[in-house]
Design a protein around this ligand. Structure first.
Ligand code: SIN
Ligand code: NI
Length: 258
């Protein structure tokens, strides 16, 4: 059972200046009601069904934390509608303030009672990107996600820390090993109703709480990168099959402008 907020659908046109400012100051923002209840039901069922058919990339590195299916939009027509959803893309462009491409999507499901947090990390250090200053993710709740089901927590202002090494999202200490002062920073936890989303900058430090409930936590995450992002030569599951050369533009068909 999902609670639908009374909030009207948020669009790029109805985004307030203070919401945009809050994203730019803090590195994350809560956007209520980006999908209608009908879309939530349709995309929830599509995401669960696609996830059941696809390889779980987290089996090797985060098996208790979540299942992870990457670039679902490339193989599943309904999920493609969500990943390329014009409302989400328009909001992302307004928050970032620049042209954006899809980097990849992923479906992240925390099983009922997984009892495991996604530990603090930044996303940007995982990616083989140069020249990406504004990359950001839309984390879309396809079920109600109260704190007890695995919602996101952020450390405001950390989007400015762009030179840390990648952090292990299965290790609760790792971010604080590389940036000890962050242990003492305030954190903001954002429960979401189904159809809400958060946007976070690629360097905003975040974690997700464990799922202590009887219901699977189903999130669809759409990652947008700067339109002129370049490949930096590092290994990554998305770019490895493309045999790119460092410095190449990431402008191939699998990275469409949105
Ligand atoms: C999660 O949903 O569990 C983590 C998402 C993220 O790290 O971006
Ligand atoms: Ni992350």
């Amino acid at each position: 059972m999902n609670a639908h907020s009374d909030h009207p659908i948020t669009t790029a046109e109805t985004l307030s200046d203070s919401t945009i400012q809050s994203f730019r100051t803090n590195g994350f923002v809560h956007i209520p009601s980006v999908l209608t209840p009908e879309e939530v039901a349709y995309f929830h069922d599509a995401a669960v069904s696609a996830s059941e058919r696809m390889t779980n990339l987290a089996a090797g590195y985060a098996k208790d934390i979540f299942t992870q299916n990457v670039n679902v939009w490339r193989v599943d027509e309904p999920v493609k509608q969500l990943t390329l959803h014009p409302n989400l893309a328009s909001i992302a462009r307004r928050l970032a303030g620049i042209p954006l491409r899809i980097w990849h999507d992923h479906i992240l499901i925390k099983k009922p009672h997984n009892n495991a947090a996604t530990e603090f990390h930044q996303d940007g250090p995982y990616w083989p990107h140069d020249n990406h200053k504004h990359s950001l993710s839309a984390w879309v709740a396809l079920v109600d996600v109260p704190v007890e089901r695995g919602c996101m927590t952020f450390i405001p202002g950390t989007q400015h820390l762009t030179d840390l090494r990648p952090q292990n999202l299965a290790d609760s200490d790792d971010l604080f090993v590389v940036a000890p002062h962050l242990m003492w920073e305030p954190r903001v936890t954002i429960p979401l109703k189904a159809g809400d989303c958060t946007f976070h900058h690629s360097y905003a430090a975040h974690m997700a709480t464990p799922n202590f409930t009887d219901v699977a936590r189903v999130a669809h995450v759409i990652i947008y990168m700067d339109g002129d992002t370049r490949f930096n030569g590092a290994a990554h599951v998305i770019t490895d099959p493309l045999h790119l050369t460092p410095g190449d533009s990431l402008d191939q068909d699998i990275f469409p402008l949105v």
